[in-house]
Design a protein around this ligand. Structure first.
Ligand code: SF4
Length: 359
């Protein structure tokens, strides 16, 4: 798959577009006025792998939280999510924000648009125009009868033209829908018609159960078409879950810069000799926390020694369950026996020693 070479936009120290690595975004859900709680969540998100953190800034006072964070961690790119009030955008710029998410068509007369464009331009701060199917302008909805891809693009185009009118071009676009086919078609349509980088994902996707499936469907389809420069997996969960889901989706698609360990495991059957369901969960949780390796290895967790090593022949390393033990195999060859009480700890140590980042 060849990625579309969109315009390069810089958000702090992270590049979006221009075939840069697809960046991961999420959003805090603390009270934005609570500086310390928001800062702590920003740090947790960043260490989980979130490249760019967005914060809702509903008031002028809340913008001070941006300054609080940037004074302490200037390296973490922060986006201010702003609706309607251009003064909050201006204050966020003063507080050192790295990107603004605002729809310029919604902030009143054009002098306000010009003021925001000027402030962002002077400080090299990009703007994301974020169009959602659920909040389309009435006249566009009336024209198309539904939030169609064309309607979403027309809305985005109106905002783009406003910014372009004031010589502002440092733009990222999102056109989101909670309906997967619509989210895909809207991004395809925008990608065909403009060269700004695209922020992709399914909005209001629900809890992890359906939300990850919906986002994976949309992102996989778009990435295979070469579309998508930055992602947010919108979930009704702790925001860190969004980051882990984004990493898993991008890694499973083999996206550049998102390589790493790929875990495969068998579905279990009547031959299964160990509690593989618990073991896989334990390993995934441990592997997530420990960030074992950036090397794109495949680790297989299989339920029996009869078929396990054979079925996972292509794995770099794996275990196959036996009676009271597991066999460690490497490239299909059995190399060690592990006591059943020590399987996960042993495997983690083995991977760290063989493939670890600090090797
Ligand atoms: Fe069953 Fe063994 Fe295949 Fe797992 S690897 S599905 S336990 S036969």
């Amino acid at each position: 798959m060849e990625r579309k070479n969109t315009k390069l936009v810089k958000v702090g120290n992270v590049n979006i577009g221009g075939r840069s690595r697809i960046s991961i975004q999420s959003m805090t859900n603390t009270d934005s006025l609570d500086k310390e709680a928001t800062f702590s969540q920003v740090l947790r998100l960043h260490s989980a792998g979130c490249d760019i953190v967005r914060i809702a800034i509903p008031t002028i006072e809340a913008a001070d939280t941006i300054a609080y964070i940037k004074e302490r961690r200037p390296d973490v790119p922060i986006v201010a999510d702003i609706h309607f009030d251009y003064k909050i955008a201006l204050r966020s710029v003063e507080c050192g924000v790295d990107k603004i998410r605002i729809n310029p068509g919604n902030i009143g007369d054009e002098s306000r648009v010009a003021a925001v464009a000027r402030a962002c331009s002077l400080n090299n701060i990009p703007i994301r125009i974020g169009v959602n199917g659920g909040s389309l302008e009435k006249h566009i909805l009336a024209k198309y009868g539904a939030p169609t891809p064309e309607a979403l693009y027309e809305s985005a185009l109106g905002h783009i033209r406003l910014l372009n009118k004031y010589n502002f071009d440092d733009i990222v676009i999102s056109v989101k829908s909670s309906v997967v086919p619509n989210a895909i078609e809207a991004c395809k349509y925008v990608s065909e018609h403009c060269n700004y980088p695209l922020h992709i994902g399914v909005t209001e996707a629900g809890s992890s159960r359906m939300g990850i499936i919906k986002n994976a469907e949309a992102i996989a389809t778009l990435v295979h078409l070469g579309i998508g420069d930055t992602v947010r997996i919108s979930l009704t969960e702790d925001p860190e879950a969004e980051v882990y889901a984004a990493k898993d989706i991008l890694r499973s698609l083999g996206c550049d810069g998102h390589k790493g360990m790929d875990i495969v495991s068998c579905p279990t059957c009547g031959r299964t000799k160990i509690d593989l369901v618990s073991l896989v969960k334990e390993f995934e949780d441990a592997a997530k926390v420990e960030k074992l390796t950036d090397i794109p290895i495949k680790v297989a967790l299989m339920g029996c020694v009869v078929n396990g090593p054979g079925e996972a022949r292509e794995a770099d390393v794996g275990i196959a369950g036996g009676r009271g033990e597991a066999l460690l195999f490497k490239k299909g060859q059995i190399i060690h026996k592990i006591d059943e009480n020590n399987i996960v700890a042993f495997l983690i140590n083995y991977i760290k020693n063989e493939y670890g980042n600090n090797k």
